[in-house]
Ligand binder design. Sequence first.
Ligand SMILES: Cc1ncc(COP(=O)(O)O)c(C=O)c1O
Length: 412
Amino acid sequence: MAASIFAAVPLSPPVAVFKLTADFREDGDSRKVNLGVGAYRTDEGQPWVLPVVKKVKQLIVNDNSLNHEYLPILGLPEFRANASRIALGDDSPAIKENRVGSVQSLGGTGALRIGAEFLRRWYNGNNNTATPVYVSSPTWENHNSVFMDAGFKDIRPYHYWDAAKRGLDIQGLLNDMESAPESSIFILHACAHNPTGTDPSPEQWKQIAAVMKRRSLFPFFDSAYQGFASGSLDKDAWAVRFFVSEGFELFCAQSFSKNFGLYNERVGNLTVVGKDADNVKRVLSQMEKIVRTTWSNPPSQGARIVATTLSSPELFDEWKGNVKTMADRVLLMRSELRSRLEALGTPGTWNHITEQIGMFSFTGLNPKQVEYLIKEKHIYLLASGRINMCGLTTKNLDYVAKSIHEAVTKIQ
Ligand SMILES: Cc1ncc(COP(=O)(O)O)c(C=O)c1O
Protein backbone atom coordinates (compact mmCIF):
# COMPACT_ATOMS: atom_id res chain seq x y z
CA MET A 1 0.00 0.00 0.00
CA ALA A 2 1.16 3.55 -0.70
CA ALA A 3 2.28 5.62 2.28
CA SER A 4 -0.34 7.84 3.89
CA ILE A 5 -0.67 11.29 2.40
CA PHE A 6 -0.27 12.44 5.99
CA ALA A 7 3.04 10.60 6.49
CA ALA A 8 5.04 13.82 6.63
CA VAL A 9 2.82 15.55 9.20
CA PRO A 10 4.97 16.26 12.25
CA LEU A 11 3.57 15.44 15.67
CA SER A 12 2.85 18.66 17.51
CA PRO A 13 3.47 18.77 21.26
CA PRO A 14 0.29 18.98 23.36
CA VAL A 15 -0.91 22.35 24.74
CA ALA A 16 0.88 22.55 28.10
CA VAL A 17 -2.03 23.61 30.30
CA PHE A 18 -4.39 20.93 28.95
CA LYS A 19 -1.64 18.29 29.18
CA LEU A 20 -1.14 19.22 32.83
CA THR A 21 -4.83 18.59 33.55
CA ALA A 22 -4.70 15.24 31.75
CA ASP A 23 -1.65 14.23 33.85
CA PHE A 24 -3.48 15.36 36.99
CA ARG A 25 -6.50 13.21 36.14
CA GLU A 26 -4.31 10.15 35.69
CA ASP A 27 -2.48 10.68 38.98
CA GLY A 28 -3.82 8.18 41.55
CA ASP A 29 -2.36 9.92 44.64
CA SER A 30 -5.02 11.09 47.07
CA ARG A 31 -3.07 14.26 47.95
CA LYS A 32 -3.01 15.52 44.36
CA VAL A 33 -3.79 19.20 43.70
CA ASN A 34 -4.35 20.90 40.35
CA LEU A 35 -3.07 24.47 40.37
CA GLY A 36 -2.66 24.56 36.59
CA VAL A 37 -6.14 24.79 35.15
CA GLY A 38 -7.44 28.26 34.22
CA ALA A 39 -10.91 27.84 35.68
CA TYR A 40 -12.71 28.64 38.93
CA ARG A 41 -13.12 25.93 41.54
CA THR A 42 -15.18 25.95 44.74
CA ASP A 43 -13.70 25.26 48.16
CA GLU A 44 -14.68 21.62 47.46
CA GLY A 45 -12.44 21.72 44.38
CA GLN A 46 -15.44 21.51 42.04
CA PRO A 47 -16.48 23.58 38.99
CA TRP A 48 -19.21 26.10 39.88
CA VAL A 49 -22.36 26.70 37.85
CA LEU A 50 -23.26 30.24 38.92
CA PRO A 51 -26.69 30.32 40.62
CA VAL A 52 -27.75 33.16 38.33
CA VAL A 53 -26.77 31.08 35.30
CA LYS A 54 -28.83 28.14 36.57
CA LYS A 55 -31.82 30.44 36.97
CA VAL A 56 -31.47 32.02 33.52
CA LYS A 57 -31.03 28.65 31.84
CA GLN A 58 -34.39 27.66 33.28
CA LEU A 59 -35.97 30.85 31.95
CA ILE A 60 -34.60 30.04 28.51
CA VAL A 61 -35.90 26.45 28.60
CA ASN A 62 -39.37 27.74 29.49
CA ASP A 63 -39.41 30.49 26.86
CA ASN A 64 -41.45 29.07 23.97
CA SER A 65 -40.70 32.07 21.77
CA LEU A 66 -37.10 30.91 21.35
CA ASN A 67 -35.99 28.62 18.53
CA HIS A 68 -32.82 27.35 16.88
CA GLU A 69 -32.74 29.60 13.85
CA TYR A 70 -29.36 30.98 12.80
CA LEU A 71 -28.28 34.10 14.63
CA PRO A 72 -27.15 37.08 12.54
CA ILE A 73 -23.52 36.73 11.42
CA LEU A 74 -22.35 39.34 13.94
CA GLY A 75 -24.36 37.70 16.72
CA LEU A 76 -27.28 38.35 19.05
CA PRO A 77 -27.87 42.13 19.07
CA GLU A 78 -28.89 42.37 22.75
CA PHE A 79 -25.85 40.34 23.76
CA ARG A 80 -23.45 42.51 21.75
CA ALA A 81 -24.86 45.78 23.05
CA ASN A 82 -24.92 44.68 26.69
CA ALA A 83 -21.46 43.15 26.52
CA SER A 84 -19.98 46.38 25.15
CA ARG A 85 -21.90 48.35 27.75
CA ILE A 86 -20.31 46.51 30.66
CA ALA A 87 -16.86 46.97 29.13
CA LEU A 88 -17.27 50.70 28.44
CA GLY A 89 -19.68 51.72 31.21
CA ASP A 90 -23.30 52.88 31.28
CA ASP A 91 -22.43 56.48 30.61
CA SER A 92 -19.73 55.86 28.01
CA PRO A 93 -19.43 58.86 25.69
CA ALA A 94 -18.49 56.51 22.84
CA ILE A 95 -21.76 54.57 23.21
CA LYS A 96 -23.77 57.79 23.41
CA GLU A 97 -22.05 59.06 20.27
CA ASN A 98 -22.96 55.85 18.47
CA ARG A 99 -19.36 54.96 17.65
CA VAL A 100 -19.19 51.53 19.28
CA GLY A 101 -19.75 48.26 17.47
CA SER A 102 -19.33 44.66 18.42
CA VAL A 103 -18.99 41.13 17.17
CA GLN A 104 -20.20 38.13 19.16
CA SER A 105 -17.38 35.62 19.14
CA LEU A 106 -16.40 32.13 20.20
CA GLY A 107 -14.95 33.08 23.57
CA GLY A 108 -12.31 35.69 24.16
CA THR A 109 -10.04 33.72 21.83
CA GLY A 110 -12.50 34.16 18.98
CA ALA A 111 -12.66 37.90 19.64
CA LEU A 112 -8.88 38.13 19.52
CA ARG A 113 -8.77 36.10 16.34
CA ILE A 114 -11.42 38.13 14.49
CA GLY A 115 -9.75 41.34 15.64
CA ALA A 116 -6.32 40.09 14.56
CA GLU A 117 -7.60 38.96 11.18
CA PHE A 118 -9.26 42.33 10.60
CA LEU A 119 -6.13 44.27 11.57
CA ARG A 120 -3.95 42.19 9.27
CA ARG A 121 -6.33 42.83 6.37
CA TRP A 122 -7.36 46.44 6.95
CA TYR A 123 -5.54 48.32 9.69
CA ASN A 124 -3.40 51.20 8.50
CA GLY A 125 -3.56 50.13 4.87
CA ASN A 126 -4.17 46.60 3.75
CA ASN A 127 -2.18 43.45 4.26
CA ASN A 128 -0.31 44.40 7.40
CA THR A 129 1.81 41.29 7.77
CA ALA A 130 4.86 43.43 8.61
CA THR A 131 3.17 45.63 11.25
CA PRO A 132 4.76 44.85 14.62
CA VAL A 133 2.45 43.30 17.20
CA TYR A 134 3.70 43.65 20.77
CA VAL A 135 2.73 41.20 23.51
CA SER A 136 3.75 41.45 27.15
CA SER A 137 6.63 39.34 28.42
CA PRO A 138 5.34 37.00 29.66
CA THR A 139 1.80 36.69 28.36
CA TRP A 140 -1.01 34.18 27.88
CA GLU A 141 0.75 31.89 25.42
CA ASN A 142 -2.07 31.97 22.86
CA HIS A 143 -1.55 35.68 22.07
CA ASN A 144 1.52 34.89 19.98
CA SER A 145 -0.12 32.06 18.08
CA VAL A 146 -3.40 33.85 17.39
CA PHE A 147 -1.64 36.82 15.81
CA MET A 148 0.84 34.61 13.98
CA ASP A 149 -1.96 32.48 12.54
CA ALA A 150 -3.73 35.66 11.45
CA GLY A 151 -0.65 36.38 9.29
CA PHE A 152 1.40 38.79 11.41
CA LYS A 153 5.09 38.06 10.94
CA ASP A 154 6.68 40.44 13.44
CA ILE A 155 5.49 39.62 16.95
CA ARG A 156 7.62 41.19 19.64
CA PRO A 157 7.67 40.98 23.43
CA TYR A 158 7.44 44.16 25.49
CA HIS A 159 8.94 44.40 28.98
CA TYR A 160 6.37 43.69 31.66
CA TRP A 161 7.51 41.49 34.51
CA ASP A 162 10.46 42.36 36.68
CA ALA A 163 11.43 39.00 38.16
CA ALA A 164 13.81 40.49 40.72
CA LYS A 165 11.27 42.80 42.28
CA ARG A 166 8.32 40.53 41.47
CA GLY A 167 6.35 43.38 40.03
CA LEU A 168 5.70 45.47 36.95
CA ASP A 169 8.66 46.75 34.93
CA ILE A 170 6.94 50.01 34.09
CA GLN A 171 10.09 51.72 32.84
CA GLY A 172 10.94 48.84 30.52
CA LEU A 173 7.37 48.84 29.22
CA LEU A 174 7.36 52.60 28.56
CA ASN A 175 10.78 52.41 26.88
CA ASP A 176 9.54 49.68 24.54
CA MET A 177 6.56 51.82 23.63
CA GLU A 178 8.79 54.84 23.01
CA SER A 179 10.97 52.87 20.63
CA ALA A 180 8.20 50.90 18.86
CA PRO A 181 7.57 51.87 15.21
CA GLU A 182 4.57 54.18 14.87
CA SER A 183 1.24 52.36 14.37
CA SER A 184 2.48 49.20 16.06
CA ILE A 185 -0.23 47.13 17.72
CA PHE A 186 -0.03 46.55 21.48
CA ILE A 187 -1.98 43.78 23.20
CA LEU A 188 -2.83 45.01 26.69
CA HIS A 189 -4.38 42.88 29.43
CA ALA A 190 -7.33 44.95 30.67
CA CYS A 191 -7.04 43.55 34.21
CA ALA A 192 -5.76 40.55 36.13
CA HIS A 193 -2.75 40.04 33.84
CA ASN A 194 -2.27 36.39 32.91
CA PRO A 195 0.10 34.92 34.08
CA THR A 196 1.64 37.48 36.46
CA GLY A 197 -1.46 38.77 38.30
CA THR A 198 0.20 42.19 38.15
CA ASP A 199 -1.55 45.19 36.59
CA PRO A 200 -0.42 48.78 36.07
CA SER A 201 -1.86 51.23 38.61
CA PRO A 202 -4.19 53.97 37.30
CA GLU A 203 -1.24 56.40 37.35
CA GLN A 204 0.84 53.95 35.32
CA TRP A 205 -2.03 53.41 32.85
CA LYS A 206 -2.06 57.17 32.36
CA GLN A 207 1.64 57.11 31.51
CA ILE A 208 1.06 54.21 29.11
CA ALA A 209 -1.81 56.01 27.39
CA ALA A 210 0.24 59.20 27.03
CA VAL A 211 3.08 57.39 25.26
CA MET A 212 0.72 55.35 23.09
CA LYS A 213 -1.11 58.46 21.99
CA ARG A 214 2.07 60.38 21.19
CA ARG A 215 3.55 57.43 19.30
CA SER A 216 0.27 56.51 17.51
CA LEU A 217 0.23 52.94 18.85
CA PHE A 218 -2.95 50.87 18.60
CA PRO A 219 -4.39 49.46 21.86
CA PHE A 220 -5.96 46.02 21.59
CA PHE A 221 -7.28 45.19 25.07
CA ASP A 222 -7.80 41.62 26.15
CA SER A 223 -10.42 41.54 28.92
CA ALA A 224 -10.80 37.95 30.09
CA TYR A 225 -11.30 38.57 33.81
CA GLN A 226 -13.61 41.56 34.28
CA GLY A 227 -14.99 41.38 37.83
CA PHE A 228 -12.62 38.62 38.79
CA ALA A 229 -9.71 40.87 39.65
CA SER A 230 -11.25 43.15 42.25
CA GLY A 231 -14.83 41.88 42.53
CA SER A 232 -15.99 45.11 40.85
CA LEU A 233 -16.85 45.25 37.15
CA ASP A 234 -16.22 48.98 37.02
CA LYS A 235 -12.87 48.92 38.72
CA ASP A 236 -11.65 46.12 36.45
CA ALA A 237 -12.69 48.06 33.34
CA TRP A 238 -10.99 51.26 34.44
CA ALA A 239 -8.10 51.09 31.98
CA VAL A 240 -10.29 50.42 28.93
CA ARG A 241 -12.65 53.26 29.89
CA PHE A 242 -9.74 55.61 30.51
CA PHE A 243 -8.34 54.95 27.03
CA VAL A 244 -11.78 55.60 25.51
CA SER A 245 -12.04 58.86 27.46
CA GLU A 246 -8.65 59.84 26.01
CA GLY A 247 -10.07 59.55 22.50
CA PHE A 248 -8.36 56.33 21.38
CA GLU A 249 -9.83 54.12 18.71
CA LEU A 250 -9.41 50.62 20.09
CA PHE A 251 -10.48 47.00 20.23
CA CYS A 252 -11.44 45.13 23.37
CA ALA A 253 -11.75 41.33 23.29
CA GLN A 254 -14.09 40.21 26.09
CA SER A 255 -14.45 36.71 27.45
CA PHE A 256 -17.42 35.56 29.53
CA SER A 257 -15.79 32.20 30.20
CA LYS A 258 -14.50 33.08 33.66
CA ASN A 259 -16.85 35.74 35.01
CA PHE A 260 -19.95 33.74 34.00
CA GLY A 261 -18.35 30.31 34.38
CA LEU A 262 -19.44 29.59 30.79
CA TYR A 263 -16.16 28.04 29.66
CA ASN A 264 -17.57 25.50 27.23
CA GLU A 265 -20.33 27.69 25.81
CA ARG A 266 -17.70 29.78 24.04
CA VAL A 267 -19.11 33.22 24.61
CA GLY A 268 -17.10 36.33 23.90
CA ASN A 269 -17.41 39.72 22.29
CA LEU A 270 -15.16 42.02 20.33
CA THR A 271 -15.91 45.65 21.15
CA VAL A 272 -14.79 48.16 18.54
CA VAL A 273 -14.51 51.84 19.44
CA GLY A 274 -14.05 54.13 16.45
CA LYS A 275 -13.91 57.86 15.73
CA ASP A 276 -17.49 57.99 14.45
CA ALA A 277 -20.46 55.87 13.43
CA ASP A 278 -19.44 55.69 9.79
CA ASN A 279 -15.99 54.26 10.55
CA VAL A 280 -17.47 51.65 12.85
CA LYS A 281 -20.03 50.65 10.23
CA ARG A 282 -17.35 49.98 7.63
CA VAL A 283 -15.19 48.07 10.11
CA LEU A 284 -18.12 45.84 11.12
CA SER A 285 -18.99 45.20 7.48
CA GLN A 286 -15.49 43.73 6.99
CA MET A 287 -15.63 41.79 10.25
CA GLU A 288 -18.88 40.28 9.05
CA LYS A 289 -17.02 38.91 6.03
CA ILE A 290 -14.33 37.43 8.25
CA VAL A 291 -16.87 35.77 10.55
CA ARG A 292 -18.74 34.36 7.57
CA THR A 293 -15.72 32.33 6.46
CA THR A 294 -14.60 31.47 10.01
CA TRP A 295 -17.67 30.16 11.89
CA SER A 296 -20.40 31.67 9.69
CA ASN A 297 -22.55 32.63 12.67
CA PRO A 298 -22.14 32.14 16.40
CA PRO A 299 -23.85 29.77 18.86
CA SER A 300 -26.76 31.18 20.87
CA GLN A 301 -26.97 29.50 24.26
CA GLY A 302 -24.14 31.30 26.06
CA ALA A 303 -24.99 34.63 24.47
CA ARG A 304 -28.63 34.31 25.55
CA ILE A 305 -27.62 33.53 29.11
CA VAL A 306 -25.35 36.58 29.24
CA ALA A 307 -27.79 38.89 27.43
CA THR A 308 -30.73 37.91 29.67
CA THR A 309 -28.64 38.43 32.79
CA LEU A 310 -27.17 41.77 31.76
CA SER A 311 -30.45 43.26 30.57
CA SER A 312 -32.43 42.66 33.78
CA PRO A 313 -31.47 44.88 36.76
CA GLU A 314 -32.30 42.11 39.27
CA LEU A 315 -30.39 39.37 37.44
CA PHE A 316 -27.50 41.77 36.83
CA ASP A 317 -27.25 42.43 40.57
CA GLU A 318 -27.39 38.74 41.29
CA TRP A 319 -24.60 38.10 38.80
CA LYS A 320 -22.42 40.80 40.35
CA GLY A 321 -22.93 39.02 43.68
CA ASN A 322 -21.86 35.71 42.13
CA VAL A 323 -18.76 37.30 40.63
CA LYS A 324 -17.90 38.79 44.01
CA THR A 325 -18.24 35.37 45.64
CA MET A 326 -15.61 34.04 43.23
CA ALA A 327 -13.31 37.06 43.62
CA ASP A 328 -13.56 36.92 47.43
CA ARG A 329 -12.68 33.25 47.55
CA VAL A 330 -9.56 33.98 45.48
CA LEU A 331 -8.60 36.83 47.83
CA LEU A 332 -9.05 34.57 50.85
CA MET A 333 -6.85 31.85 49.35
CA ARG A 334 -4.18 34.47 48.63
CA SER A 335 -4.00 35.66 52.21
CA GLU A 336 -4.18 32.11 53.60
CA LEU A 337 -1.33 30.88 51.42
CA ARG A 338 0.84 33.89 52.17
CA SER A 339 0.33 33.65 55.92
CA ARG A 340 1.18 29.94 55.91
CA LEU A 341 4.40 30.45 53.91
CA GLU A 342 5.42 33.28 56.21
CA ALA A 343 4.61 31.25 59.31
CA LEU A 344 6.76 28.39 57.98
CA GLY A 345 9.60 30.86 57.39
CA THR A 346 9.84 29.88 53.73
CA PRO A 347 12.89 31.67 52.26
CA GLY A 348 12.08 34.71 50.11
CA THR A 349 9.29 37.26 50.34
CA TRP A 350 5.66 36.31 49.80
CA ASN A 351 3.86 39.65 49.79
CA HIS A 352 3.47 39.35 46.01
CA ILE A 353 0.91 36.56 46.61
CA THR A 354 -1.54 39.06 48.09
CA GLU A 355 -0.46 42.02 45.96
CA GLN A 356 -1.16 40.19 42.70
CA ILE A 357 -4.77 40.03 41.59
CA GLY A 358 -7.08 37.82 39.58
CA MET A 359 -7.09 34.10 39.26
CA PHE A 360 -3.35 33.61 38.97
CA SER A 361 -0.28 34.13 41.01
CA PHE A 362 3.22 34.16 39.61
CA THR A 363 4.91 32.48 42.56
CA GLY A 364 8.53 32.93 41.56
CA LEU A 365 9.08 29.15 41.80
CA ASN A 366 11.65 28.03 39.22
CA PRO A 367 11.16 25.15 36.75
CA LYS A 368 13.14 22.70 38.94
CA GLN A 369 11.01 23.52 41.97
CA VAL A 370 7.90 23.12 39.82
CA GLU A 371 9.12 19.72 38.67
CA TYR A 372 9.71 18.70 42.28
CA LEU A 373 6.17 19.74 43.23
CA ILE A 374 4.68 17.75 40.36
CA LYS A 375 6.80 14.62 40.69
CA GLU A 376 7.19 14.37 44.47
CA LYS A 377 4.10 16.17 45.76
CA HIS A 378 1.49 15.59 43.05
CA ILE A 379 0.88 19.34 42.91
CA TYR A 380 0.40 20.39 39.30
CA LEU A 381 1.35 23.88 38.08
CA LEU A 382 2.83 25.49 34.97
CA ALA A 383 6.62 25.46 34.49
CA SER A 384 6.55 29.27 34.72
CA GLY A 385 5.54 28.97 38.39
CA ARG A 386 2.04 30.29 37.71
CA ILE A 387 -0.60 28.90 40.02
CA ASN A 388 -4.36 29.18 39.86
CA MET A 389 -5.46 30.40 43.27
CA CYS A 390 -8.81 28.63 42.81
CA GLY A 391 -7.03 25.27 42.94
CA LEU A 392 -6.40 25.98 46.63
CA THR A 393 -9.01 24.96 49.19
CA THR A 394 -9.22 25.12 52.97
CA LYS A 395 -8.44 21.38 52.90
CA ASN A 396 -5.29 21.44 50.76
CA LEU A 397 -3.75 24.78 51.83
CA ASP A 398 -1.55 23.28 54.55
CA TYR A 399 -0.28 20.56 52.24
CA VAL A 400 0.45 23.01 49.41
CA ALA A 401 2.19 25.53 51.69
CA LYS A 402 4.38 22.82 53.29
CA SER A 403 5.21 21.41 49.85
CA ILE A 404 6.20 24.83 48.49
CA HIS A 405 8.31 25.32 51.60
CA GLU A 406 10.06 22.03 50.97
CA ALA A 407 10.59 22.79 47.28
CA VAL A 408 12.09 26.20 48.02
CA THR A 409 14.37 24.99 50.82
CA LYS A 410 15.56 21.80 49.08
CA ILE A 411 15.95 23.00 45.52
CA GLN A 412 17.59 26.18 44.29
C1 LIG B 1 -5.58 36.53 28.99
C2 LIG B 1 -6.60 35.65 28.36
N1 LIG B 1 -7.17 36.03 27.22
C3 LIG B 1 -8.11 35.29 26.61
C4 LIG B 1 -8.52 34.09 27.14
C5 LIG B 1 -9.52 33.29 26.36
O1 LIG B 1 -10.68 33.04 26.93
P1 LIG B 1 -11.79 32.11 26.24
O2 LIG B 1 -11.70 30.80 26.93
O3 LIG B 1 -13.04 32.84 26.47
O4 LIG B 1 -11.46 31.99 24.79
C6 LIG B 1 -7.94 33.62 28.33
C7 LIG B 1 -8.33 32.33 28.90
O5 LIG B 1 -7.63 31.69 29.62
C8 LIG B 1 -6.97 34.44 28.96
O6 LIG B 1 -6.38 34.07 30.09
